[in-house]
Design a protein around this ligand. Structure first.
Ligand SMILES: [Zn+2]
Length: 1003
């Protein structure tokens, strides 16, 4: 199937012009509209100056009654991010595990239009005053219906050395949504869309594209359309001629680094251009695309061209669709082999945009759902067809499979959605992009939640009719635009009924359902006419001989959401392997009888229904909405008995307690030998031992443990729990208690407890950090039980037995969080100790720390890649004879040990210069399970002092040191961390050399 580069291939004759009846199936015409705008681009790519010079001829046909007095183009590279947009974009990139300096163009406005011509006449032009990316060209004479006008634009696009839509990065030139393209025009006039850098705000008619590009002859091109001719120009340059009869946009990616691989499916040549080191996955990508294209051809209608390109590029969003071409980020091409099903998912998704985005266009600015919802839904269908329902995304090697945590497809698809719901950030599914606020809510609402809406439509229509509808839409909107209103109209015509309520409920308003099984009662009806209630039906069911009797099962279900959608109840009986009864639940009906099994359904109050059934066995499982078709706020309450995933693992780590590795629709209980870190709310302490944990997505996580605490060299038994979004969507409460078991093994035996309540202003995109901004009220105690604890000095308080409450404010706006380039962190707390709960001290303590990262400005060569970090900290405690603070340690003055100098007040200042030693090392460990991306060095100076009884302890301490930082990417793009190694010693004093190791920077 896979053919190597250079293998001769047969091409289909190029389907050119319109109508292209050669593409038709069974007599149906797929007609390219004759009124599409025409674009002729003459491009000169200059890789020494990093720019493209373009002469663009654009022909606009007015097919509307409204007379056009001007032309309006979307010229997205005129965009410049400013103010809040800059930080939003930096945060978006951080979420995508990309440092903003690699992809954020703070300069912007890369496009300069030099001249505009109409024939020999030079035209004025201006940038729209309210929309700086909209190029307005007033026309000397108006263009009426049926008339055309052709203008010529001369412009230059500078290519920033950045990842993203347009730029040049590490030898790859990316030209995506980069040229002035006519805005959408109809009876309402021109409708240019603003550029929203975190998604696809594109709303434009397809066009006919003739392109001629001059570029260095070592460049390999992936592009929209097909290269008709490539001729050398001598002087190291070549000229390529490209044509496409109809395309939503024109995209071109080229590089001297590309290798080409190709194969043919359904007469379509699929090419992949990727770096040679990614050959393995590049070939996989071809295979996935070939399979997907054949399926989509069958599902919707023919792919419109005889060529399809997949190209490796630098695109932090992982994948992007253009006409006839998709881009896959270099990091996806370097995922571990065991994660290649993710590549399949991504290629299947982006490829499907050829049908729903390229051929059938949408309003990407105001109606993202119309292509992303559709593509997400059908991609999931294809993936489930290939790998089975809810398959595991990681194809782990045999020795890991079965016990290592895996990611199930539905958990991957829906965990983000449930996060959005839990945070109370649900929005309408159809609305202009800015309404979502950021990309997380957008993904949750339009891709994940939006996909579910299509599932509901399919459920109402049935699979055959549903596909039939989509096939007819594909044919009729061929290289046209499908608005949500058009889709609704098509649906109404097809079904002969109104869908207004449905669209209002689920797309234009914030709709959510929450079906729940409230109660199940099982009664045994004996032959003697007795009714014996069964108290533990699930237990009794385990005994043989319970089948074949007569049971009355009474089920109470309730709908707690704001939308009540008809659904079904599925009942599985143990005696009838794989047989399920399906009972329709019709909320609008008053009372109805059932025949198979015999029974009835009746409403018993607002949104509450009783179902009474006669069954020959005790049900094994009862589910409302068993296929989980309806968007449901809490899918774990849809099933009786409460669904629990039990799991034993020989190695229980933090990976077992993430949203991706637990089922989104049930409880998870995990048990096993444990090596992990506690939640950051409990100090991220390492533990090793045994743990039994429970996890319910976005609700609660906790466990009991018996473990060794290496920090205190102590065996402990304890429990912890965190309730998320409780009692409010943005609050969190937690508790931890642990008891020391080993007084003989160490000097002291300590019990510890903490309870806290938080209000979270900003959540973190990271999987392992504290929220970005929160305020916390806490209570804690530490009780030490020992007669021979650490040495005590007369008149000095050590606070070994304490009970305290405190309040903390925390704000970490450094970005990117794993290796900040900019931003600041500030936190402060007040704590009050009281002689209660075993504590024997009264004290007050305040502490604050602020740090700031400053990057050298551009233009200073190597220096510009380096950063300075500053930190100031100070604290004071009362009474003044207490050891409230430690000056030394890994996170403070690094030339002193943790308990070398302690006191009641402290100040500390640090400066650290962080500089690259080896950038872009990209050293793969275990097939990119971990990857050392960059290596940095650091030199630092810490200075500070502590005071006791208002006297300085051993003078001001000066410490200097140096460090090494490894920037590690996990599973290519899943997470990033920085490993830190520091050595430091005091200056001007006798002192040992301290060696520190830690995660993340010290400040
Ligand atoms: Zn998409």
């Amino acid at each position: 199937m896979i053919l190597a580069l250079g293998t001769a291939l047969d091409f289909l004759p190029w389907a050119c012009g319109s109508p292209s009846s050669s593409l038709a199936e069974s007599g149906e015409a797929y007609t390219i509209p004759s009124w599409l705008p025409r674009y002729e681009l003459d491009i000169a790519l200059d890789l020494t100056q990093l720019c493209v010079h373009v002469r663009q001829r654009t022909t606009f046909h007015n097919r509307h009654r409204r007379v056009a007095h001007e032309l309006v183009f979307n010229a997205y590279p005129r965009y410049r991010a400013e103010g809040k947009e800059l930080s939003l974009l930096a945060k978006t990139l951080e979420l995508l595990r990309t440092a903003y300096r690699e992809a954020l163009d703070s300069q912007g406005q890369r496009l300069t239009v030099h001249q505009v011509w109409l024939g020999e006449q030079r035209l004025d032009f201006h940038w729209h005053p309210d929309l700086p990316t909209a190029l307005v060209i007033p026309l000397p004479s108006p263009v009426s219906q049926g008339e055309s006008v052709t203008v010529i634009l001369d412009y230059t696009l500078q290519l920033p050395q950045l990842q993203g839509r347009w730029g040049h990065y590490q030898g790859v030139t990316m030209l995506t949504n980069w040229y002035p393209v006519l805005a959408y025009y109809d009876e309402n006039g021109w409708q240019p869309t603003p550029f929203i850098p975190w998604h696809q705000p594109f709303f434009q008619e397809a066009g006919v594209y003739h392109v001629r590009i001059t570029l260095p002859d070592n460049q390999r091109i992936a592009s929209t359309g097909r290269i008709l001719e490539e001729k050398p120009l001598g002087n190291g340059y070549k000229q390529s001629t490209i044509f496409c009869p109809a395309a939503r946009d024109f995209c071109l990616v080229c590089s001297h680094r590309f290798q080409e691989y190709s194969a043919v499916t359904d007469g379509i040549r699929v090419r992949v251009l990727a770096f040679p080191e990614h050959q393995h996955l590049a070939k996989k990508a071809i295979q996935y695309a070939c399979e997907a294209i054949a399926i989509y051809n069958r599902w919707f209608g023919p792919y419109p061209y005889d060529e399809f390109d997949i190209v490796e590029s630098y695109f932090p969003w992982n994948g992007n669709e253009s006409a006839g071409l998709i881009q896959i980020d270099h990091r996806v091409f370097s995922i571990p082999e065991f994660a290649e099903r993710y590549l399949d998912h991504l290629v299947s998704h982006e490829t499907l945009h050829q049908w729903w985005y390229n051929v059938v266009g949408t309003n990407g600015y105001a109606e993202t759902w119309m292509d992303e919802g559709v593509v997400s839904y059908f991609t999931a269908k294809r993936m489930a067809q290939k790998y089975g329902p809810n398959f595991t995304l990681l194809n782990l090697p045999g020795w890991l499979n079965g016990w290592a945590p895996n990611v199930r497809y539905n958990d991957y698809r829906l965990s983000g959605y449930y996060g959005t719901l839990a945070r109370g950030e649900q929005t309408p599914i159809v609305q202009p992009l800015p309404g979502y606020g950021h990309v997380v809510t957008l993904f949750s609402m339009t891709y994940d939640g939006g996909g579910k809406i299509l599932g509901m439509i399919e459920n109402r229509l049935g699979e055959l009719a549903f596909f039939d509808l989509f096939r007819s839409i594909y044919r009729r909107y061929y290289f046209r635009i499908l608005r949500v209103a058009d889709f609704q109209r098509e649906l109404e015509t097809y079904t002969g009924q109104s869908w207004q309520q449905f669209f209002d409920d689920w797309l234009y308003q914030v709709g959510i359902s929450d079906w729940a099984i409230e109660h199940v009662r099982v009664t045994w009806e004996t032959d003697q006419g007795l009714s014996i209630p069964i108290l533990c039906p699930q237990l009794l069911r385990q005994f043989p001989g319970t089948g074949g009797r007569k049971y009355q099962v009474e089920i109470t279900v309730r709908q707690k959401g704001n939308r009540t959608e008809p659904t079904t109840i599925g009942i599985t009986l143990p005696s009838k392997e794989s047989h399920e009864y399906r009972i329709p639940l019709r909320p609008d009906a008053s009372h109805y009888d059932l025949s198979d099994p015999p029974g009835l359904v009746e409403p018993i109050g607002p949104n509450r229904y009783r179902i009474v059934l006669e069954l020959e066995d005790i049900p094994q499982q009862i589910s409302v909405d068993p296929e989980q078709i309806i968007p449901d706020a809490n899918p774990a309450n849809n099933t009786w008995p409460t669904p629990i995933r039990w799991r034993f693992t020989p190695l229980y780590t933090n990976l077992d307690e993430t949203d991706l590795t637990v089922p989104y629709d049930s409880w998870a209980v995990t048990f096993g030998p444990w090596a992990g870190l506690t939640d950051p709310a409990f100090g991220q302490q390492p533990y090793m031992g045994l743990r039994l944990g429970i996890y319910r997505l976005q609700e609660v996580r906790g466990g009991v443990f018996l473990a060794y605490d290496p920090n205190d060299q102590d065996f402990r038994v304890g429990a912890d729990a965190i309730w998320d979004h409780f009692p409010l969507p943005r609050t969190q409460i937690g508790a931890q208690y642990s008891r020391s078991l080993s007084p003989d093994w160490s000097n002291f035996q300590k019990d510890r407890a903490k309870v806290f309540g938080r209000y979270i202003f900003s959540y973190t995109p990271s999987l392992y950090m504290n929220p970005m901004e929160f305020i916390e009220v806490y209570g804690r105690m530490e009780n030490e039980f020992t007669g021979r604890g650490p040495v005590r000095r007369a008149g000095i308080e050590r606070y070994d037995n304490l009970a305290a409450w405190g309040v903390m404010y925390y704000r970490d706006f450094r970005t990117p969080y794993w290796d900040p380039d900019a931003g600041y962190r500030f936190y402060a707390y007040y704590e009050n100790g009281q002689p209660i709960l075993g504590g024997d001290e009264t004290y007050h303590r305040i502490f604050a720390e602020g740090s700031y990262i400053w990057r050298f400005p551009d233009g200073y060569g190597y220096l510009s890649q380096t950063r300075l970090a500053f930190r100031l900290a100070g604290g004071a405690g009362w009474p003044g004879n207490g050891q409230h603070f430690q000056l030394g340690g890994s996170l403070r003055l690094r030339g002193l040990g943790r308990s070398d100098r302690e006191g009641s007040a402290l100040w500390l200042a640090s400066i650290e210069w962080r500089f690259p030693i080896y950038r872009d090392w990209q050293l793969s460990i275990a097939d990119n399970t971990a990857r050392i991306t960059h290596v940095y060095g650091a030199v630092f100076y810490d200075v500070g002092a502590v005071y006791l009884n208002e006297r300085i302890v051993e003078g001001v301490a000066h410490s200097i040191g140096a460090g090494l930082r490894l920037d590690i990417a996990w599973l290519s793009f899943i997470e990033r961390t920085t490993f830190r190694f520091d050595v430091a010693r005091l200056v001007g004093e006798e002192s040992p050399l301290f060696l520190w190791f830690g995660f993340q920077h010290a400040f």
